[in-house]
Design a protein. Structure first.
Length: 633
C-alpha cells in the first residue's frame, strides 16, 4: 500500500517535496508542505516524556522492540496532518474546530504538535492570563491515529478552562456554605463562631469593668474636689490618675475585643475569598477521553468527561496530578490547604487574623481527612450526577475557541428554530450578509459541526438576491415533490431511507439507455446483467455503474445521477464530524416534507435526524453560527 508519509520523509528523516502525481491543490497541508518543509525538521529527540514517544510509536503501529528515529517522529507528524479526522467520542465541541485547524490551518496545526511533543502542553496567554493544558496521552493504542487524537483531546481541554469550574467545585464538593452539613464551610463557621462568641463575652466583661472603672474615677474626682488640705489633694490626685489609667486600660481592652469581633465577623468571607482565588491556581479540569461512554455506530453525542487535576502550584502540566479516586482527592486537598496557609497568613492584616488562619487551617485539614467530609462531598456531588473530582458535560466550543485563538469575544448569530425549513432560511439569510462566506463553525443545541456555504447547490441559495423562502420553494421543494410524485413514492409503503436511495424506479427495458447515459463521461460500453427484474431501483443502477468504474469515480457518478434525475436532489450544507456523514436538507419521499437528514459522502443514502426533532419549536433550544471566521483562523 502506498504510504505518502514515507515519500515525504525518507529513512534518514530528510523531508522532500510532495510527489507530483500525489499532489492535491485542495489539500492545504500538502500545499503548505511545499513551501515549509524545513519547519518539520524542528521535530527532534528528546521528546517531552515517554508518553509522547508512545504516541509516535502508536501512530505508526511500530513494534515495541523497534527503536524510534527522527524519521519515525516526522512521519508520525505527516500522518497526523493527512489523516482524515472524524469524531469518535463525545467531543464534537473539539472535533469540529480540530477538523478546521487540521485541514485549513496547517501551520498552526504543526506548531501545536511541535509544542505538545517538545513541552508536553499547549498554552495560550491573553489579557494577562495564561491558560495551559497538558498533552493527553492515550492509554489505548488501538485508536486510528494516536498523535492526532492526542492533539484533539488536548484541544478539548481548552473548552472548560475558562469556565471557572474550580469555583463551582469548591462550593459544591467542599461544601463551603456554612449550612452544608459535613462541609468545610460548616467547620469554618463553627470554629469562627466559637471565637466570636468568646470575643463577645470578653467585650461584655470589659464593658462592665469599664463602667466600674468609670464610676470609680468619678468618685475619686469628687473626693479631689472636696479635698481641703494639701496632703489630701496630693493623695486624691494620685488616686484619680490611677483610676484614669485603669479606665483607659479597660477601654483599650474593650476596643481590642470589639476589633477582634469585627475581624471575626468578616473572617469567614475573607477565608472563602482566599480559597476561591487560590483553588483556581492549584486545581484545573482537563478533558478525559476515558470517561466518555461511546457506543459505536450511533450518531448521538455522548457527554464528554472532564477530570480535576492538582497542579501543585506548578506551571508545567507534566508535573500535575490527575485526581482519579477519593484517596488522591483527599491527599491533594490536604496538601492544598497546607501549602496555601502561609500565603493566606501573609494576606491577613493583624496578628490575631494570622493566628486564626493557622488555627482554621489545622481544623480544615483534620476535617478533610475525616470520613464525615468525604461522605458529605460525595453526597453533595451525587445530587448533580457527578463526583467531586470528575464530571461530564457537553463541552463548550465557544470557550475553546476564545481560549485557543485568544479572543475576548466571538461574533455569532443565535436563535431558536421552528422547523427544518426555518433552519435553512436562518442559515441562508445569515450567509447572504457575509462577504464571501467560507467554512463556519456552527452548533445545534447538542452538537457542534462545520457549515460549508460553498457546497453546491446550497451556495446558490445565499447567492440568490430574492426571498430565501421563495428560492427554497421554487428551486428545491416543489421540484423534489414533483420528482417523488412522478415516481409514485407516496404509493410505496417502504422505509423513508430505502425510498430515498431506491427512487426513481427504472423499467428494465430502459436500463441500458439509463446506464449508458450515467457512465457516458467515463465508459462507452457499460454492461448490464443477463437477467433483470421488471423494475430496477436507482440504487441498483448506480451499483451496476460503480462495479465498472474506478473507486475514485464513484462520487462524481453520484453527482451525475442527480443531474440526470436518477437520484434525489439534496441541499448538503455541513460536515457532521461523524464518519461518512454530512448534514443535508431532503424532501422526504414518503411525506414530501422538508426535513433535516444525515447523508453519506455520495449523497444517495440517508437517514432522517429524528432524534433532533425536540430541538425544533423549543424556545430554549438555541442554534448558533459563529459568523466571523477571521476570529478562529
Amino acid at each position: 500500500m502506498f504510504d505518502l508519509s514515507k515519500e515525504l520523509v525518507d529513512e534518514k528523516g530528510e523531508v522532500h517535496p510532495c510527489p507530483l502525481e500525489h499532489f492535491n491543490p485542495k489539500n492545504k497541508f500538502l500545499a503548505w508542505w511545499e513551501k515549509n518543509r524545513k519547519i518539520v525538521k524542528q521535530f527532534r529527540f528528546p521528546l517531552c516524556h515517554p508518553g509522547a514517544e508512545k504516541l509516535v510509536r502508536d501512530t505508526l503501529f511500530l513494534p515495541t522492540k523497534e527503536a524510534l528515529s527522527e524519521a519515525h517522529l516526522r512521519r508520525a507528524v505527516v500522518v497526523a496532518a493527512l489523516f482524515k479526522l472524524r469524531q469518535q467520542i463525545g467531543s464534537c465541541f473539539a472535533t469540529a474546530p480540530a477538523i478546521l485547524i487540521q485541514e485549513q490551518q496547517p501551520e498552526r496545526f504543526i506548531q501545536d504538535l511541535l509544542d505538545l511533543l517538545s513541552t508536553g502542553r499547549l498554552k495560550r496567554t491573553f489579557s494577562g492570563v495564561e491558560y495551559s493544558v497538558p498533552l493527553i496521552v492515550l492509554e489505548n493504542a488501538s485508536v486510528d491515529c494516536a498523535l492526532l487524537r492526542a492533539w484533539e483531546y488536548t484541544l478539548a481541554a481548552f473548552s472548560e478552562v475558562k469556565m471557572e469550574f474550580s469555583r463551582w467545585n469548591l462550593y459544591l464538593s467542599l461544601g463551603l456554605h456554612p449550612e452544608e452539613k459535613g462541609g468545610v464551610g460548616e467547620v469554618l463557621y463553627r470554629a469562627i463562631d466559637t471565637k466570636l462568641v468568646a470575643a463577645n463575652k470578653k467585650i461584655e466583661e470589659c464593658e462592665l469593668e469599664y463602667e466600674r472603672a468609670h464610676d470609680q474615677l468619678r468618685a475619686a474626682e469628687a473626693l479631689l474636689r472636696q479635698a481641703s488640705t494639701e496632703s489630701e489633694i496630693r493623695r486624691f490626685k494620685v488616686e484619680c490618675q490611677a483610676r484614669y489609667f485603669h479606665l483607659q486600660s479597660c477601654q483599650n481592652l474593650r476596643d481590642k475585643y470589639q476589633n477582634l469581633a469585627h475581624q471575626l465577623s468578616r473572617f469567614f468571607s475573607f477565608l472563602i475569598r482566599q480559597y476561591d482565588t487560590k483553588f483556581q491556581h492549584y486545581f484545573q479540569e482537563i478533558y478525559d477521553p476515558k470517561m466518555a461512554e461511546y457506543v459505536g455506530g450511533t450518531y448521538e453525542d455522548c457527554p464528554a468527561g472532564f477530570r480535576l487535576v492538582y497542579k501543585h502550584g506548578r506551571i508545567d502540566p507534566n508535573l500535575w496530578t490527575p485526581i482519579e479516586d477519593s484517596d488522591t482527592y483527599i491527599r491533594c486537598l490536604s496538601d492544598f490547604f497546607v501549602v496555601t496557609e502561609s500565603q493566606i497568613v501573609a494576606s491577613a492584616e493583624t496578628s490575631e487574623e494570622k493566628e486564626a488562619v493557622s488555627e482554621m487551617t489545622t481544623a480544615i485539614i483534620q476535617h478533610v481527612r475525616s470520613d464525615t467530609f468525604l461522605e458529605a462531598s460525595l453526597k453533595s456531588s451525587a445530587k448533580h450526577g457527578r463526583k467531586p473530582w470528575a464530571y461530564t458535560s457537553g463541552g463548550t466550543m465557544e470557550t475553546l475557541l476564545k481560549t485557543y485563538y485568544c479572543q475576548e469575544s466571538l461574533t455569532q448569530e443565535s436563535r431558536w428554530i421552528q422547523d427544518p425549513l426555518d433552519l435553512a432560511i436562518f442559515m441562508l439569510d445569515i450567509l447572504k450578509a457575509i462577504p464571501k462566506p467560507q467554512s463556519l463553525l456552527m452548533q445545534s443545541p447538542s452538537h457542534a459541526f462545520i457549515l460549508h456555504p460553498e457546497w453546491d447547490p446550497f451556495c446558490q441559495g445565499w447567492k440568490d438576491n430574492g426571498f430565501t423562502y421563495t428560492w427554497l420553494r421554487d428551486q428545491f421543494i416543489l421540484p423534489m415533490q414533483h420528482f417523488y410524485r412522478s415516481s409514485h413514492a407516496l404509493e410505496k409503503k417502504e422505509d423513508d431511507s430505502f425510498l430515498f436511495q431506491a427512487l426513481p424506479l427504472i423499467p428494465a427495458h430502459q436500463c441500458q439507455a439509463a446506464l449508458q447515459k450515467l457512465v457516458e463521461p467515463w465508459l462507452s460500453q457499460p454492461q448490464l446483467p443477463d437477467h433483470l427484474p421488471p423494475y430496477v431501483t436507482a440504487h441498483e443502477l448506480r451499483q451496476m455503474a460503480c462495479a465498472q468504474l474506478k473507486p475514485q469515480l464513484h462520487l462524481p457518478l453520484a453527482e451525475r445521477a442527480r443531474q440526470l434525475q436518477l437520484a434525489p436532489q439534496i441541499l448538503r450544507f455541513a460536515d457532521t464530524n461523524w464518519e461518512n456523514a454530512d448534514f443535508a436538507f431532503v424532501v422526504n419521499p414518503s411525506t414530501l416534507a422538508f426535513e433535516l437528514w444525515r447523508v453519506d459522502a455520495s449523497g444517495t443514502e440517508g437517514t432522517p435526524m429524528t432524534s433532533w426533532k425536540p430541538f425544533f419549536g423549543d424556545p430554549a433550544a438555541v442554534w448558533t453560527i459563529f459568523t466571523n471566521p477571521k476570529q478562529y483562523q
